[in-house]
Design a protein around this ligand. Structure first.
Ligand SMILES: [Zn+2]
Length: 337
């Protein structure tokens, strides 16, 4: 049982540009402001761990409630792989960690001296849509989120659970995670698609991935998606999304997709007919699965999801103690509950 005086959670969203943190109380209320620091992009991995860990530790120390924290919950970029020696995370957008692959949520938690929980940022965004009363899938038993911006990602929620997948290359949607430790969401951006337009090269070097057709990278780097390119992105969505998503959605019994990310939200909010056109494209595809599309109404959904999942971990007593602080006889380390 969690002790009753430990009633706060530090929620942290780790992205390639910034790291945002906020404090959540048992009633779901935020305590104080959200703090954001730029994600360090130079130096060694151990320098990265100590500087980010110290910045988070400062938030706890200066909160005025430092003895009330039950744990820290991270929303992290992926992909994650289980290798000899434990879980490794290879974030393509964080240079000091990209090659080495560390279980950095566990290492940061050791610096903080707090137990931890974590999930992939696609899944934390989805958790906000399902668990927040303002979410587009509030209270649903089955839903997906499509993150559509410079990159394209996805999260699946089925029968009341966030689903986790193996990180494989090429991505095959039929690979549910084999272990309880790996927390990748469904990497729909790196599924191969076939279409009428020429094959395009993905940021990972492969040709013909969904993200190469749908991702708005060039436009986003200028902090705008030009309106004249909306028609092109909508056509790509109608053509390629059903190929990559219809079968997995059907497999997991999901008939609602919440669209988030700057580009996806702009397309749905500025073109009211687009949601229905996507539904028609899915109904006409293989299997004819009926799917509804809705734009997200939550800002910073990944951070909000980290708060809500952190509070759930507090209620359910599922925070994990970092490996080095655990019993020296423990061979399972980060296996978790
Ligand atoms: Zn790719």
């Amino acid at each position: 049982m969690p002790s009753s005086n430990k009633d706060l959670v530090l929620a942290v969203d780790i992205g390639g540009t910034k790291i945002a943190a906020t404090i959540a109380g048992r009633n779901g209320k935020r305590m104080g402001r959200t703090t954001a620091i730029p994600t360090p992009q130079t130096g060694s991995a151990s320098e990265w761990i100590s500087s980010v860990g110290e910045a988070l530790h400062d938030i706890v120390r200066h909160s005025g409630y430092s003895d009330r924290f039950a744990g820290v919950y991270y929303s992290t970029v992926g992909p994650m792989r289980e290798v000899a020696g434990g879980l490794r995370i290879f974030p393509p957008n964080i240079a000091p960690l990209r090659q080495v692959g560390l279980h950095y949520p566990a290492m940061l938690s050791e610096v903080l001296g707090l137990p931890f929980g974590f999930d992939n940022d696609g899944n934390t965004a989805l958790a906000a849509e399902v668990l927040d009363a303002k979410g587009a899938a509030a209270g649903a038993e089955n839903a997906a989120v499509l993150v559509w911006s410079s990159g394209v990602g996805c999260g699946f929620y089925s029968q009341g659970k966030l689903l986790h997948f193996e990180a494989r290359d090429p991505v095959t949607w039929a690979d549910p995670a084999l272990s309880d430790v790996v927390r990748n969401s469904f990497e729909v951006g790196h599924v191969f698609v076939e279409g009428t337009s020429a094959k395009l090269q993905c940021g990972d070097g492969a040709w013909g991935h969904l993200e190469a057709h749908l991702g708005g990278k060039a436009a986003e780097e200028r902090h705008e998606i030009p309106k004249e390119s909306h028609a092109r992105f909508m056509e790509a969505g109608r053509q390629y999304l059903p190929q990559a998503l219809a079968m997995p959605l059907q497999q997991y019994g999901i008939d609602l997709v919440v669209v988030t990310g700057a580009l996806g939200k702009a397309l749905l909010n500025e073109h009211p007919e687009f949601a229905g056109e996507l539904s028609d494209a899915f109904a006409q595809g293989a299997g004819g699965h009926a799917v509804a599309f809705k734009a997200s109404a939550i800002d910073n959904a990944s951070l909000r999801g980290a708060q809500l999942l952190g509070l759930q971990a507090l209620e359910r007593d599922t925070f994990v103690v970092p490996a080095h602080s655990a019993s020296q006889n423990s061979s399972t380390g980060l296996a978790g509950p």
